[in-house]
Design a binder for this molecule. Structure first.
Ligand code: IPE
Ligand code: IPE
Ligand code: MG
Length: 250
């Protein structure tokens, strides 16, 4: 278990999994007297840059919150633009991601997507499934409550089928049914744009993540800002319930 992020001769123990809420696209556009969607377009460029940085730093998993279960409440025009941007963005980026050995996975409820988007998502996942580099999780129509709920449903089905006794269910059992049971949970959580909330992102998986909030708007979040987040993470002592003295002794 990694308890601390001690400075080592060759740097520091980097986070294995970085989870990001890419927020502030709308405000970025508004400051420039541009439509909100221009902010989303600019935000895609930041996402591309952060993928590059994660590859450079040998990060194992990057998970980007692209569209929440609650974002359907936005004006229909913006929702439709975001869905189109996801589709065209995937079409444009997939070859490069594949060449970089990135394994792309999507988490969230796919039932509300158009057939064409659903099939594109499936194509991208199939194409990159055996890649051994960065795992890029894209959370679309995702909500932490939805994730826990679908895990609970799976457990309930197991119980009805007699595969598990409800009294024997542990947090580990439930975790096995969450969206990516084979990958480590986030070590570092980044949210841009100054909002200090989790907005129904990975509620379960963020239990012990180090939280980093910055007022920088997502389209302005670049390599230098990413380095700042890593530097903050390097200063944190991760205790996981132990006291600091125990960690120093070990
Ligand atoms: C984040 O930027 C992108 C999505 C939620 C899809 P916002 O669109 O939330 O930007 P602000 O918060 O309005 O500035
Ligand atoms: C969270 O941002 C979702 C994504 C970045 C995809 P929001 O901008 O939707 O969050 P709230 O509504 O301000 O909490
Ligand atoms: Mg926002």
């Amino acid at each position: 278990m990694q308890r601390r992020n001690e400075k080592k001769d060759d740097g520091f123990t980097p986070p294995q999994h970085i989870a990001v809420i890419m927020d502030g696209n709308g405000r970025w556009a508004k400051h420039r007297f541009m439509p909100r969607v221009a902010g989303h377009r600019a935000g895609l460029e930041s996402a591309r840059e952060i993928v590059k940085q994660c590859i450079k730093h040998n990060i194992k998993v990057l998970s980007l919150f692209a569209f929440s279960s609650e974002n359907w409440r936005r004006p229909a025009q913006e929702v439709s633009y975001l869905m189109d941007l996801l589709l065209t963005g995937l079409e444009r980026e997939v070859e490069v991601l594949h060449k970089q050995q990135v394994q792309v996975r999507f988490i969230g409820d796919r039932s509300r997507f158009s057939d064409i988007l659903r099939s594109k998502i499936q194509d991208v996942e199939c194409l990159t499934v055996n890649n051994t580099g960065l795992v890029l999780i894209i959370a679309v129509d995702y909500g932490g409550q939805w994730d826990i709920c679908q895990a609970a449903k799976a457990l309930a089905r197991d119980a009805v089928a007699g595969l598990v006794n409800p009294d024997d269910i542990t947090p580990e059992h439930l975790a096995q049914h969450l969206s990516y049971p084979d990958l480590p949970h986030p070590d570092l959580f980044i949210r841009t744009s100054g909002e200090l909330r989790i907005s129904n992102y990975m509620l379960w998986q963020l239990a012990y993540a180090e939280l980093y909030f910055t007022s920088v708007l997502w389209p302005d979040f670049n390599a230098a800002e990413f380095e700042k987040a890593l530097a903050h993470y390097a200063q944190r002592e991760r205790r996981f319930g132990y006291c600091s003295e125990q960690l120093t002794e070990s």
